[in-house]
Structure formats: C-alpha cells, structure tokens
Design a protein around this ligand. Structure first.
Ligand code: LLP
Length: 426
C-alpha cells in the first residue's frame, strides 16, 4: 500500500520528518496522560476571513455555530474578528457572552427551548430567537414588553433535501426542525400585530457538510420569497438567515466539495432567484465546521498493534469518547503519523480503548509500521470533536492546546479523574 495523500493544510505539515502545527512539532504537545486536541489559530483566522469574504455580496453577519467547538479561546478569537454566534441552549448562550460575543450578534436556533431559556434569551436582547413552534411564540409574548419587544425570526422548514448524512439533514418535513411554510404564514398576522415581539428575520438550515450548493440555493430562494411575504404583511424584517452547512474537506470525499466562494455565491443567487437582491436585507450565515474543523487535530498515542481475524488493529489512547463522528456517522478523518517512517504502509483500523466494537477512529486506512508510544494525528477534528465528547468508560475530558505561530497555550486543562464523580453523592 502506498502512502496516501492527505487533505492540504496551512497549519499541519511535515518538517524534518515531524508533523508540525504551524511552527510547533506535535511531539512537543503530547503528554502521557491521554489524548490532546491541538488547534491552529492561523487556520481559524483564515477560515473566518474566507467565509466573511464569500459573504461580501451583502451586509452580513457570520454567526459561528458554536456547537462545532465552543472553547472560550476560539470564541474570543472569532469574536474579535467580528463573528457572532448561533447557539442552541442557555449553556451556549452564557458561553458566547462570556467569550465576548455581543448579544446583538447572537441568534438562537434550536428545536426545543425551556421556559427559562426563552426568558433568559428574551432578557439578554439577542439579535434573534428563532421560533420553531407555537409554544415559543406564546411564551415570548409573555417575556417581551412593549418597551423592549423580543426580536424573533421564523425558522422555516423548506422541505429541501440536503443530500448529506441523514443525521444532519435538517431541512426536510420528515425532520423535527422549523415550521412548515404554511404554518409560518399563518403566524404572520399575529406577529405583525404583536407589540411584545418583533419579527426581524426569517431563517432555515438545510443541513451540514453540503456537497452541492443547489439545496442551499433552493432553500435560500424559498426563504427570500417568504421574506417578501413578511415585508408585504408589514413586518419590520431586517435579515434573512439560510443557516450553516458550509462544508470542509475531511479527505474521504467522493467529489470535491464546493469552495467557500461558491457557497456564498449560492446564497447570493438564491436571494436573486427570488428577486430580493435589492431589498436591503442583511444576510446571516451560521457556519460551524468551516471555521474550525480543519484547524484541529486529535493527537493520540499508540498503545499497541495487533493482528487478529485478518485485520491490523492499531490501538491508541484516543477513542469514540473524544471523537465520536466515525462511530456515529461512519465519518472519515485522515490519520497522519506524527513521525514520518520509511517502512511499508498497510491498511489498519485505528481503534480506542473503549469497550465497544464501534469504537474506531478509522478503518482500513494506510498506516506505516507503528509501535507503542508513537503519535498519530486525527485530522479534521476541530469541529464536533470535543463538543460531542463523553466520559464513558471513566475517561476525563482531554486537554486542548491552541497554537499560534511558535506559541502554544493550553486553553483547557485535562479534566481530573475526580471530576468524573464531582457532582455525585454516596
Ligand atoms: N445552524 C444550525 C441551525 C445547525 O443546526 C447547525 C448544525 C449549524 C448551523 C452548523 O452546521 P455546520 O456549518 O457545522 O455544518 N454533529 C454533526 C453535525 C450536526 C450539526 C447540527 N447542526 C457532525 O459531527 O458532523
């Protein structure tokens, strides 16, 4: 088996046979205590700039979907660059505010919100709370006042197939998300009359990791047409938000995915298809993985190698508890040895110590000979890695390091073993 080619990166590269993050050899960042997340500040900055530039066709807000990675250092960095946040819980709201993202740049998109969450969001003065059911409108009218009406958007379910993994296609009527257009339309007279809520936006989200821009363009057109209906009905509409879904290269794609530029152009085209290009609406976008996915790796250490049942298993100290995407979605993440080897590459399953056969980080992937103590980098792990982590099998949360040029900073300490039972009683 030959050495595979890995997704290109502006941060992760070999120098003198050692994989680096920016100017730092990854061998300097591993410890003996468990796996480590390593993020490149440069890639985060560049990714934000690329998305921001792709949205330059209109006044816009890049509301980072912080569910992808809410580390405070990353949020603070993005906040400084001008990002807002797309959030889904009070926990994420507090996190975004704590990192310095102003409420006026925060939108809340989520399919179920508790009373307290709606009350807190209303009081915080968010840019938009996306209404996804009638119950939310009833409560927000209670929490708003005539002096300070709550700013809301209607989240539409456009019934557009994103074509991505079914677990993250969210724009079909067969999913729980948003409101059918008909239902949203019926709410318009009530919203326009209300003195306690202000309909300032329309929103949707067709899904993640879109490999074509067509579903996005179509959903944006439907959304922009609905925006016109809202304006005609007298709503003080300010923005249109076609959600996230900006894709990134993981390395296992069948086809090249659309570049950021094309993604932005699809939103622009969708608005133009509806004849709404001159309507003066701000455009909100909610990228998650496109801002941070490429910026991160999971650094793991080899514990053993064994051959069994005709397979080669490389057992490492990272697991589905850190990166669940391969187990949950069959997701592909490139695996790179930290030290370059001369030996023959052969197919291996990279698996963790967790007691499940589904605990794998990669399957049948070319790897050079490895031995206990060697390090591997699992690429494309900056998004939906740490956020979906669990402590299953008594595994405390891993350490996170942010690299910026030649400087490194631990931006989250490794959780202690005692943290595993800190909230428990005997
Ligand atoms: N906006 C909304 C309303 C969303 O629900 C999501 C993702 C995003 C934006 C950001 O999507 P992105 O641009 O990152 O694709 N855990 C899965 C992804 C589930 C995403 C759920 N919602 C994964 O690991 O790929």
């Amino acid at each position: 088996m030959t050495r595979p080619s890995f997704p290109p990166s502006n941060a992760f590269h070999y120098e003198d046979g050692v994989l680096h993050c920016e100017d730092v050899p990854l061998t300097d960042l591993a410890d003996e205590e468990g796996p480590t997340w390593v993020y490149s500040a440069r890639v985060i900055d560049e990714s934000f700039a690329a998305v921001d530039e792709a949205m330059d066709f209109a006044p816009h807000l890049v509301a980072y979907a912080i569910k992808a990675n809410g580390n405070l250092a990353i949020l603070a960095r993005l906040a400084k660059a001008g990002a807002g946040a797309d959030i889904v819980s009070e926990g994420e709201l507090r996190r975004a505010l704590r990192a310095g993202i102003p409420a006026d740049r925060i939108v809340w998109s989520g399919v179920g919100k508790r009373d307290r969450e709606l009350e807190v969001a209303a009081a915080a003065g968010l840019r938009a709370i996306h209404i996804e059911c009638l119950e939310e409108l009833d409560l927000l009218e209670e929490f708003g006042s005539t002096e300070a009406p709550v700013r809301v958007a209607l989240r539409i379910n456009p019934d557009v197939d994103a074509g991505s993994h079914p677990y993250f296609a969210t724009g079909l009527h067969s999913t729980k998300f948003g409101l059918e257009l008909e239902v949203a339309r019926e709410l318009l007279p009530r919203l326009v009359k209300s003195e306690r809520v202000r309909l300032e936006g329309v929103a949707c989200h067709v899904g993640s990791q879109l490999d074509s821009t067509l579903p996005l363009r179509e959903a944006t057109r439907l959304l922009a047409e609905f925006a016109r209906e809202c304006l005609d009905a007298g709503a003080p509409l300010r923005s249109i938000d076609p959600g996230g879904g900006w894709p990134m290269a993981y390395g296992g794609e069948q086809m090249p995915f659309p570049a950021h530029r094309e993604f932005g152009a699809a939103i622009e085209a969708g608005i133009a298809d509806a004849g709404m290009q001159g309507a003066g609406l701000e455009v909100v976008t909610e990228p998650g993985r496109a801002l941070v996915g490429d910026a991160g790796i999971l650094l793991v250490r080899v514990l053993a190698e064994k051959r069994q049942g005709g397979r080669r298993f490389v057992i490492v100290d990272g697991a589905m508890t850190e990166l669940v995407r391969p187990a949950l979605y069959g997701a592909h993440h490139a695996v790179m040895p930290v030290m370059q080897h001369e030996g023959e590459w052969s197919a291996a399953d990279v698996v963790g110590p967790v007691c499940e056969s589904g605990d794998f980080l990669a399957q049948g992937r070319p790897l050079p000979p490895v031995k206990r103590g060697d390090l591997l980098a699992i690429r494309g792990a900056g998004a939906y890695g740490r956020e979906m982590s669990s402590t299953y099998n008594g595994r405390p949360a891993a350490r996170e390091i942010l690299v910026d040029g030649a400087t490194t900073r631990t931006v989250r300490r490794r959780a202690s073993i005692a943290s595993l039972w800190a909230q428990e009683e005997m």
